[in-house]
Design a protein around this ligand. Sequence first.
Ligand code: BGC
Ligand code: NOJ
Length: 813
Amino acid sequence: MEQQKRYGHFDDQHREYVITDPQTPWPWINYLGNEDFFSLISNTAGGYSFYKDAKFRRITRYRYNNVPMDNGGRYFYIKDGDTVWNPGWKPCKTPLDFYECRHGMSYTRITGKKNGVEASVLFFVPLKKWCEVQKLTLKNESKEVKQLKLFSFEEWCLWNAATDMENFQRNFSTGEVEIEGSTIYHKTEYRERRNHYAFYHVNAPIQGFDTDRETFVGLYNEFADPQAVMEGKPRNSHAHGWSPIASHYIEVTLQPGESKDFVFLLGYIENEQDEKFEALQVINKKKAHALIAELDTTEKVDKAFAELCALWDNLLNIYKVRTGNDKLDRMVNIWNQYQCMVTFNFSRSASFFESGVGRGMGFRDSNQDLVGFVHQIPPRARQRIIDIASTQFPDGGCYHQYQPLTKRGNNDIGGGFNDDPCWLIFGTVAYIKETGDFSILDEMVPFDNQPGTEVTLFEHLKISMNHVINNLGPHLLPLIGRADWNDCLNLNCFSWDPNESFQTTENVSEGTKAESLMIAGLFVVTGKDYVALCKKLGKTDEAARMQKAVDAMIAAVKKDGWDGEWYLRAYDFYGRKIGSNENDEAKIFIESQGWCTMAEIGAEDGMVAKSLDSCKKYLECEHGMVLNNPAFSKYIYEYGEISSYPEGYKENAGIFCHNNPWVIIGECLAGRGNDAWSHYAKILPSYVEEKYQTLHKVEPYVNCQMVAGKDAFKPGEGKNSWLTGTAAWMWYTVSEFILGIKPDYDGIRIDPCLPETATDYTVNRKFREADYEITIHPNGQQKGVKSIVLDGKPVDGTVIPYAPGKHVVEVTM
Ligand code: BGC
Ligand code: NOJ
């Protein structure tokens, strides 16, 4: 058989994915930064940087969906005689003698070799600093003396990434820079309302520079052949308007065997209003000088890098599994957790599929992301919950998105997504179970960020639940509003106008009968959590009130939400069934199967088992479970965006990886470990790494939002990698339901659900002030814990009671 082409491999020891061919089937990217300053970086050094908010504080420019693909980045040009090359192959695309890109935990190292010279660049954002470090090491591996001409390159974005792409009549006149020694400052709009500037520095004397793009590149040249570089002559240009850039020019002489480090820094600075200037039009550079001084030597940079690595050691030591199965262990111990941290930081804002301009932080998205990272950074999860809840309205509804910079609700999208409120319970409960910190419920949290409107967070949870109860439809099922989790099931937007938004045009919501079974299941799951929380808090009346509402919802689903072999998906505006055998197309949907089986609605009547079987029968395919089946083949005016997609893509019968784990958890709760595992392995990147190299195309180390479904033109193609709820749900599924280590209010609940082939495994779990080493002996069982021994003593039930300190736990199934 012909050997399949491979573009890279995992290096578990270093927690890296190693890319060995720059021409990956799609740019394979990584994220740098942990708190305020962030960068996206592709395997050829493409991408961009921003401070906190990819829309409002874009530092460098990027060109989306361009030709060539992945255009714009931090480029180093090396001119060695007549040969000009880049360590990351692009943009010159000069064939390299060696190429390697190592994407690691918040850092990327790209190495290229050409004609006896090695250039290796380490990219990372140091902890607590507002800059990207690019440590370039040039090494002469040849026997001759090398005289190299080195050009750096960054292109400034004029801060607001949206207007940067459209308002040229203004932009071409506003650009301003300053040059001081080896530092190029970008200060566009600083003279007026901006209190921030950026800079690009190198810790070596320079022999020239450029700051005007047209002068450097040449109007009819490209990034692949900038005039200044090709001629080996910087122009020392000073940008006034047009498109400011930053390029350093350095002449480097290397003896045989010699190597030299250069530390390049892309930094961001904010100044107080009254300290903005040193002199008329001269920016105050004090803070820039200070930041540069912190990172101006190789030693300082190496130390900052070691600190970053130590952070990741700690983060990844909190939950660690040893199953003996590398493919599983590397996802659980490294990449799934890493992706969760990235979704925490970026929500759905900035990737190679999200422009960073359109969307801020999602209310439902960020609550779900929380289960992926709460064990790693509880204090930031706490803050995130407060930020999210602050965008709620007094009636329990909420802004669907908010901007991370301002933390304010996004008016363009508004509210009315009726699943949103429930997710606040989901996130908050996960936080309390992890930390035991009930005090968060007493935090005073405003509505719509309005000072003076504060009520406790607990009150926010209560009105969230009430929002569902107060918005029931004719079958006593939840009204869907603009959409539920499926943004594209828009049952109140009837539109033939291509210029209308499916989500925000609610032209027929008055008198709607559109109800959602997905929200019904979500309400039951989160409602049970809410009841348990109330009991824990001694709020027995409130617990009883909500238990009644949950019971009523269960009854409503059993009565009007069951189609015979599976749960219905919804009722449309007119009260007609969606996701029923009666429909011509899309007879079954995944979301309601996932949520109603997680809620175990009608388990006693066999509904759960039938629903799960139907998922296998109708939704499952080679690459995972599709969202609906059969796919819509025509646009249905009453359904909205969902039927706008061609068959097999996105919400129209794509494998929307995010919702596969819901069914997997349903399987786990039902004790069907073999089925749970086979669904899980199908969308586990390391398990299908070969497919990623060819068919899926996107990064093989993380999940993507969507893999084209069985009805697609090209089944198996992956899209929308990185920023997807899939990360948190895959983590929640494997850590809590498959491996079965579940944080609870009073300890850790142990309840694995495994394939019968599973062998003994050990989980090291730090939990609050405790450190557990838990070994599970499955004995061929898929489910059911027979005995637990904690520090040599048998435990009653399945919860190990929390106690600080080190503990050893033996679990027999
Ligand atoms: C996409 C959804 C997305 C929604 C809101 C739709 O076009 O298919 O996945 O959530 O837009 O941005
Ligand atoms: C992507 C959105 O970010 C998420 O909130 C939504 O649930 C899915 N699309 C499904 O439509």
